[in-house]
Design a binder for this molecule. Sequence first.
Ligand code: PMP
Length: 402
Amino acid sequence: MTTTRIAERVRRIKPSPSTSAADRANELRRQGKSIVNLVVGEPDFDTPLHIRQAAAAAMDKGATRYTLMAGTVELREAIVAKLKRENGLDYAMNEIIATSGAKSAIYNAFAITLEPGDEVIVPAPYWVSYPDMVLACDGQPVTVACPEANGFKLTPAQLEAAITPRTRWLLINSPSNPTGAAYTAAEYRALADVLLRHSQVMVMTDDIYEHIRFDGQKTPHILGAAPELRDRALVVNGVSKTYAMTGWRIGYVAGPADMIRAMDTLLSQSTGNCCSISQAAAAAAMNGDQSFVAESVAVYKQRRDRTLDLINAIPGLRCATPPGAFYLYVSCEGLIGKTTPAGKLLAEDGDVVMYLLESEGVAMVAGTAYGLSPYFRLSIATSIDILEEGCARISRAVAELR
Ligand code: PMP
């Protein structure tokens, strides 16, 4: 293989482990194996009808051309109103940019701010893409293990210890993929007090799961707890998870005008504006009837509760109740050191996940991918029937271990 014609910044990153796990599951399915896929991190619902209709109407009205780079006025007005209404945050039109998904928002935010070697603090477990995005932008991810004993959350002391003169960003994702952990306003205030002592550090919030909450709490924002951070904060969000719109590819960033302008410049010379039709749909999602949000969260909650009961009844597995997002981050510590019927030792969570896939066809992602072991991530964004079947298979496979 010729590797030298691929740039070093790309050679240092790897394909997304969740995409690889999904690919492996699909390959086994093609070979005729019965697979229960608990990998995918996207809503299994259709995009609500009124949103699809808004997209069709936009096409018919000729919204099929380039838009302003930062996004249509209609979409940015919807984002400004959303941030005010739902988060109590005030942003002007020139402080907003729409991107092709939150994923592109985060990547581009790093691209416009990181100098080679700049550090980004990434609390672990983290969404699989964060460290590789930092690496792809020549930065240095500094992962900080946040154990279950601390609710998988970063403590102020850990933050203080991780900060160096090279630290540029703290990246916060609450509720979190993969654990569902969510910070309280008081926890945010304590983290903000640390940040305020280090003027070189900015904070990026990935709020993509803010509405997927099972504990009746409204997700607070660090800028609500510490408005003083506004000039060094980027707020990243999108419509993918809240409105079952993963395929439409609309995310956005709110932040100080200079950073938004820099993103505008970079995007204008790379991907260009995001899809005009999707922008109309996203505006309709944010401006329109919100009942889908509560309805889908109620369904996720039933699935979460049922799956938690089934998982926690399996000897060797244990999962705390996640307050948000649509995943269970299951501890498999009790299986490490056991041996499969074929005589293979389960030395780490990757071995457990491989065994569950090969013995019973249950596909999930190992904790190593998220930076905290020994765990595996199970997505509940699928039907109760599939979740029950998956848990029955996991239970059978675990019973065979010695
Ligand atoms: N952030 C987190 C934490 C995610 O889990 C995901 C989707 N897997 C994204 C961002 C990306 O969202 P989008 O579809 O808007 O790019």
